[in-house]
Design a protein around this ligand. Structure first.
Ligand code: PRP
Ligand code: MN
Ligand code: MG
Length: 181
């Protein structure tokens, strides 16, 4: 990725670290949902990489569906008011839903989404997130399957973007301030 190397400060997580962690999470998930069909709900667009790798790491039959949401905010402040841009195609009645996310930042998106999905009659709604920034969390969200707690820095890669770029980096890296300043 030589054309964006100058935009990155440090590699926080390598492709290998991420894949090892996703395998670990997959083993826990298989154990917890033994004999039950899971509906994985990916949150577009950041979650696409986690979803693709987690779904393939799971050695059980799953279903996948997708939602796109956007949180209203005043400038840089996220308000916690979320709008659905693309809704699920699946009926959640009686389903065991596992929301798949790339990162929990303030927690506002997931805390709203969990409530929204739970109100549709799902048998259970749990969360799997690859990353969490404990120092940025404003609303506590119970995450059943968490990959890594990371420092409160601007990170990109493995689905995470800055202005829609860098999502296709294989690892997670800290973005150099000169890119966004
Ligand atoms: C990012 C990230 C999470 C959310 C976390 O998505 O992918 O979905 O923000 O933030 P929060 O915990 O403060 O709510 P974003 O809205 O940038 O959309 P994207 O996934 O399309 O990049
Ligand atoms: Mn997202
Ligand atoms: Mg984004």
């Amino acid at each position: 990725f030589s054309d964006v190397e100058g935009d990155l400060n440090e590699i926080l997580l390598t492709q290998e670290q991420i894949h090892d962690k996703i395998d670990e999470l997959a083993r826990e998930i298989e154990r917890d949902y033994a004999g039950e069909r899971i509906l994985l709900v990916g949150v577009l667009r950041g979650a696409v990489m986690v979803m693709a790798d987690l779904a393939r790491a799971l050695k059980v039959d799953i279903e996948m569906d997708w939602m796109a949401v956007s949180s209203y905010g005043t400038g840089t402040q996220s308000s916690g008011v979320v709008r659905i841009l693309k809704d699920l195609d699946s009926d959640l009645t009686g389903r065991r839903v596992l929301i798949v996310e790339d990162i929990i930042d303030s927690g506002l998106t997931l805390s709203w989404l969990r409530g929204n999905l739970a109100s549709r009659g799902a048998a259970s709604v749990d969360i799997c997130a690859l990353l969490r920034k404990p120092e940025a969390v404003k609303v506590d969200v119970e995450v059943k399957y968490l990959g890594f707690d990371i420092p409160n820095k601007f990170v990109v890669g493995y689905g995470l973007d800055y202005a829609e770029r860098y999502r296709n980096l294989r690892g997670v890296a800290v973005l150099a301030p000169h890119v966004y300043e």
